[in-house]
Design a binder for this molecule. Structure first.
Ligand code: ADP
Ligand code: GN1
Ligand code: MG
Length: 383
């Protein structure tokens, strides 16, 4: 049999997490722009255990141990609220011999925590249960019911965490949705223009510059005390929800890596940005907001959250949807300018195309701001 270094590494990792047996099959899961995930099925002679084995991107998550502590606290809190929770709705992280829910490797060998996570020889892994008979949605557009269910799932997640003490969490990525900070970082990158790419995307850079003041709107509302900080997911794409394959019932919210203090309107808006639109995330051609899908999502989300949110928060939902889209455009373009270090790409100009697509969507959101506000108002107050 030919050597398979990935299989050998996954097998070593599962042993470190005290999972007996041999790998039957494994496959790379090509979703997500940040981490590297594998489906792994292990057979111990009696039964098959299906796992999700994941390498965390430590260029992005510079303090992965704190991040895993956040995830443990959040999953425990949600579980404590739902004592009758079915097993397939739970994320259950495996532990190593020394009771850690993560494994640090250096040159492929398990080591202690006292390492530099920026060292290329160091890797950070975790293992948890693969949720069976589930599916997630990777694409824009499609079925309004999927959007309604997604709104329900993220609304419920926000509601379950409404009394969670944010002080218990570390910021897994500092300034993650601090849009003023994001804009400052972006224009520093443009100034430096290390790879000489800025000239090829002047229109996009200037479009972001023209909206720089608007981008800071919600940061200023936090500063003035108008908007409360909550514990939010911060990455509410529909591929971060696992749905029952047959019934479309949302089973569990995954990708809790960025779960930390944030704004409800960004959790609301990020799903709309990703899924309530007419083209893929890297497809500027024909990219528009789909108001019917946006309405379906709003119904699902506000069905769970309208009694929790303040009037100012409800007013911020449409603005937040546009700002999270603009913010991501600046993040994709910034990453293109520095040589694609953060978001995984499948082809050379993907981050530029992603930025162009987000800008097209942002423009359409701004053009339909009154429609978004009307829909939110109707769903919230007129039913
Ligand atoms: P990333 O941070 O790279 O987006 P995710 O944690 O979202 O990583 O995982 C990537 C993909 O793997 C998800 O979009 C989903 O399709 C699949 N996935 C993740 N966790 C599970 C799980 N527990 N059960 C089944 N599929 C999963
Ligand atoms: C990344 O990991 P993934 O693919 O779920 C990113 C989000 C972006 C998203 C854009 C930690 O999410 O912030 O909105 O790509 N995650 C991180 O698709 O930066
Ligand atoms: Mg994900």
């Amino acid at each position: 049999m030919q050597a398979d270094p990935i299989r050998e590494k996954l097998s070593y990792i599962c042993k470190q997490f005290r999972i007996p047996g041999d790998i039957l099959v494994y496959r790379w899961i090509p979703a997500g722009h940040i981490n590297t995930a594998y489906y792994v099925a292990i057979y111990n002679g009696k039964e098959v255990t299906q796992l999700l084995v994941q390498k965390i991107n430590t260029y992005v998550f510079r303090e992965p141990i704190g991040m895993m502590r956040n995830i443990e606290r959040i999953t425990e809190y949600i579980r404590s609220q739902e004592m009758t929770m079915e097993k397939r709705r739970r994320l259950h992280f495996r532990h190593t011999e020394d009771r850690k829910n993560y494994l640090v490797l250096k040159d492929g060998v398990a080591v202690g925590d006292d390492v530099d996570f920026q060292d290329e020889r160091v890797e950070f892994w975790r293992v948890y249960n693969f949720i069976e008979c589930s599916t997630s949605f990777e694409s824009a557009g499609g079925d309004p019911e999927v959007l309604r269910m997604s709104g329900k799932a993220f609304g419920r997640f926000n509601r379950q965490l409404k009394d969670f003490d944010a002080e218990q969490l570390t910021e897994s990525i500092p300034h993650f949705h601090d849009t003023i900070h994001r804009m400052n970082t972006f224009f520093e990158i443009v100034e430096k223009d290390l790879l000489g790419r800025a000239d090829s995307c002047r229109p996009e850079i200037e479009e972001i510059r023209a909206c720089r003041e608007f981008a800071g709107t919600l940061c200023r509302q936090i500063e003035s005390g108008m908007l409360p900080i909550r514990v939010t997911h911060n990455d509410t794409k529909t591929n971060n929800i696992l749905f029952d394959k047959d019934t479309l019932d949302p089973l569990v919210i995954i990708d809790l890596d960025t779960c930390m203090p944030g704004l409800a309107c960004y959790d609301f808006g990020d799903t709309i940005r990703f899924a309530a639109c007419t083209a893929e995330e890297d497809q500027p051609e024909g990219m528009r907001l789909d108001l019917d899908l946006m309405r379906a999502y709003t119904e699902g989300y506000l069905g769970e959250m309208k009694d929790v949110l303040s009037g100012a928060e409800i007013d911020s939902l449409s603005t937040g949807t546009a700002i999270i889209t603009l913010e991501l455009a600046s993040r994709f373009l910034g990453d293109y300018l520095v040589g694609d270090k953060y978001f995984r790409i499948d082809y050379p100009e993907q981050n530029l195309r992603r930025a162009q697509a987000q800008l097209a969507l942002f423009r359409d959101m701004m053009a339909h701001m009154d429609d978004m506000k009307r829909i939110i108002h109707e769903v919230c107050y007129e039913r």
